[in-house]
Write a protein of this length. Structure first.
Length: 311
């Protein structure tokens, strides 16, 4: 960093005090690097930067075709950086506070309807290979829990088993998710049944040259000892295509969205969904209420006697 002298200390603070994930820390670093380069080219000192300088940075990003959502994220990072400088008594005023951010429309997450989910799960029942049995267990577990794919693949065997010798699966267990935050996971009986089908063949996936792999529920030849996110995504798209679904419309994250939307549609409380998904902020979970509103609107348009009128 050429102009931002406290950047490393800020990133260390975010990791140590707020427990942000490594990916988030790297994202903050990239945002600050972009701002640092702009400040250096324009001869700005970080302790003398004004609101007008921040507006100039926003204009610069827009000129370089950066999307409004990305601009908002970068400015949010800079705002946090200056809050840190104030907390360390380097400044008394945050130059970002009075800046107007570019508007953008919030894109609703894509979801699968329950019929497509059933088609995919039914296809998995037909694949009796050991790879098919493993994939079925992973798919059931992912859709039943709403876990992030990174959380699913890195599950340890002891995380989910009550009794390893007897292969008894816990219906409720805890995981450590994004930002090193622990939360409870609840799974369905169908997921448990799929895991009970998989556990007797699990050892066939343990590589002889990687003893760490024995720790994980879904061991593999990958360096870290468990299946990679990318490999599962490839398997998911291949299974989707074989099931007659559009693989471009299916991903691990879409399954997570579908889990959340399905719960909300069934009447679950938004706070419960927030807890199950591991969202730090309720505003992140509220995106699913827009999906629910869209569903209600379509229902009224279809069945209301005055449906010919625009609502």
């Amino acid at each position: 960093m050429k102009s931002l002298g406290y950047c490393e200390q800020f990133l260390e603070m975010m990791q140590a005090e707020r427990g942000i994930a490594k990916n988030s820390q790297e994202s903050y670093g990239r945002d600050l690097k972009d701002f640092d380069q702009f400040a250096y080219k324009n001869n700005f000192n970080e302790l003398e930067i004004t609101t007008e300088n921040i507006r100039g940075f926003i204009s610069y990003l827009g000129t370089n075709k950066i999307e409004a959502r990305s601009i908002n994220r970068k400015i949010s990072t800079i705002k946090s950086y200056y809050e840190f400088l104030i907390s360390e008594n380097h400044l008394k005023f945050n130059p970002v506070l009075s800046v107007d951010l570019p508007k953008y429309s919030s894109k609703l997450p894509a979801i699968l309807n329950i019929d497509d989910i059933k088609i995919l799960l039914d296809y998995c029942l037909s694949d009796k290979s050991i790879e098919g049995i493993r994939f079925k267990a992973m798919l059931h577990l992912l859709y039943a829990s709403g876990m992030r794919i990174s959380e699913l693949v890195s599950l340890k065997l002891n995380d989910i088993l009550i009794n390893q010798a007897a292969s008894k699966v816990n219906k409720v267990f805890s995981i450590t998710g994004k930002g090193s935050k622990e939360r409870m996971i609840v799974i369905s009986q169908a997921s448990i049944d799929s895991l009970l089908d998989y556990l007797p063949i699990r050892e066939q996936f343990i590589p002889v040259n990687n003893p760490r792999a024995k720790l994980y529920l879904f061991p593999s030849l990958a360096k870290q000892g468990y299946m990679t996110r990318q490999n599962f995504a490839i398997l998911l798209k291949a299974a989707s295509a074989k099931a007659g679904l559009d693989p471009d419309k299916i991903s691990p994250h879409i399954l997570r969205h579908s889990f959340a939307s399905g719960l909300l549609h069934g009447g679950a409380d938004l706070r419960v969904i927030q807890e199950l998904l591991g969202h730090a902020d309720i505003s992140t979970t509220q995106i699913y209420t827009h999906l629910q509103t869209s569903h209600l609107k379509k229902t009224i348009e279809k069945f209301h006697p005055l449906s010919g009128k625009k609502l």
